[in-house]
Design a protein around this ligand. Structure first.
Ligand code: GTP
Ligand code: MG
Length: 382
């Protein structure tokens, strides 16, 4: 049990805490019954008592928590016939100052839908762009938290939000340390990469050099016989943006089978959340499966609530959000963390129960840290 005190451990294994204190004393550890003990100590105690003490990750622990409510996160329900195409979810990565933020802004403006809505967009941490490819309107979802913090944070929580990574490389600067770092993140996540060679408007821009450099890292441009699309762009001069959007769609079509069941209980990820003065906790969620609707009861990490209203990136009210759609959700009781998963459950009561258990667990972990001990990531099975 993560963050368990000696008393909790004693309860689990069915002995009294006082005798555990004694056992530990003989092992040279001075611990009181209410104190938390580290995982090595728990394992040693386990051996003494003939208990198999296993270490589990917070993700595994959460899986077990959901299981105790007969819930599971992360699976499409139903079969093949229930799956429908969904837009790719894209993250922009790259070295400092290579133009990630500028590119995201430029792409936001290149959105056909934005033009229809009068070009007014508000940043909710993610947005969808509609582009035309071969005469078809295609949507792409961008997670616009720049840098790879978002990517890393979500991956650290075992949440895979991104389908495609755009690697931004400034053509006047070339491949830099964080370019390689970003590339390695994408490789580790097994996510296809589209390279945006940015700042081609600048003097000294050498996009050929960038292609050569990245080839050495295994990203071989299509024009050199490889399978990575390189697109020359200028976020500033707004050059090559449609080509970049098209490259994303083509990469998704060629390498990924992006489908989800829109007709199930909605679930996905909280991308960003904060406390708004007037509106209370607001969270941008990315729906991954199912359709999220106003009125749904949901639990997002240690937060829960009923969806009071949903807004899109234009600040417009929406009634529902289908797979790959980001939406700003109002109505939660607390602020979830970035990368926390959310799921719709039957009713508020269940949502509250799950949230409370998660909260208690986090509190315990926090206490364990505060007491100067390592966070316990142990779980005992007997
Ligand atoms: P960090 O978030 O700090 O890592 O930077 P970033 O990658 O988000 O870069 P950002 O978009 O802030 O751009 C950095 C600088 O490059 C800014 O001054 C931009 O105006 C400039 N810049 C970005 N794209 C272009 C471009 O295509 N051409 C030119 N000339 N300048 C650009
Ligand atoms: Mg930036």
């Amino acid at each position: 049990a993560r963050g368990a005190s000696l008393t909790d451990f004693a309860d689990k294994v069915g002995v009294d805490a006082a005798s555990l204190v004694q056992v530990l004393f003989h092992m040279g550890e001075m611990v009181t019954a209410t104190q938390s003990v580290n995982d090595e100590t728990l394992q040693l105690l386990g051996e003494e008592l003939n208990y198999d003490v296993q270490v589990v990750s917070p993700e595994d622990e959460d899986r077990e928590l959901l299981e105790s409510f007969s819930l599971e996160f992360g699976e499409d329900e139903g079969d093949e016939a229930d799956l429908a195409a969904r837009p790719p979810v894209v993250t922009v990565m790259g070295h400092v100052d290579h133009g990630k933020t500028k590119l995201l802004d430029a792409l936001r403006k290149a959105n056909v839908a934005a033009k229809e809505a009068g070009g007014i967009t508000q940043s909710i941490g993610a947005y969808q762009v509609v582009t035309e490819v071969d005469g078809n309107e295609r949507a792409i979802t961008f997670i616009d938290t720049p840098g790879h913090e978002a990517f890393t944070a979500m991956r650290a929580r075992g949440a895979q939000a991104t389908d495609i990574a755009i690697l931004v490389v400034a053509a006047d600067d070339g491949v830099m340390p964080q370019t390689v770092e970003a590339l390695n993140h994408a490789k580790a996540a097994d996510v296809p990469v589209v390279v945006a060679v940015n700042k081609i408007d600048k003097e000294g821009a050498d996009s050929t050099k960038v292609r050569g450099q990245l080839t050495e890292y295994g990203l071989v441009p299509e024009e050199y016989g490889g399978d990575t699309m390189f697109i020359d762009v200028s976020a500033k001069a707004e050059i090559g943006l449609d080509a970049l959007l098209e490259a994303i769609v083509l990469t998704a079509d060629a390498e990924l089978d992006l489908r989800a069941n829109p007709n199930q209980r909605a679930e996905g990820l909280a991308i960003e959340a904060h406390l708004d003065r007037g509106r209370g906790p607001v969270a941008t969620v990315l729906v991954q499966r199912g359709t999220l609707r106003v009125g749904d009861s949901l639990v997002a990490g240690p937060a829960f609530g009923r969806v009071r209203a949903m807004l899109d990136e234009f600040g417009e009210n929406i009634q529902e959000a289908t797979p790959s759609r980001p939406a700003l959700v109002l109505g939660l009781t607390a602020v979830p963390g970035a990368g926390d998963n959310f799921m719709v459950v039957e009713d508020d009561r269940l949502a509250r129960q799950i949230a409370e258990k998660r909260e208690a667990r986090e509190r315990n972990a926090l206490l364990a840290k505060r007491s100067g001990r390592r966070t316990l990531e142990d779980f005992m099975s007997s």
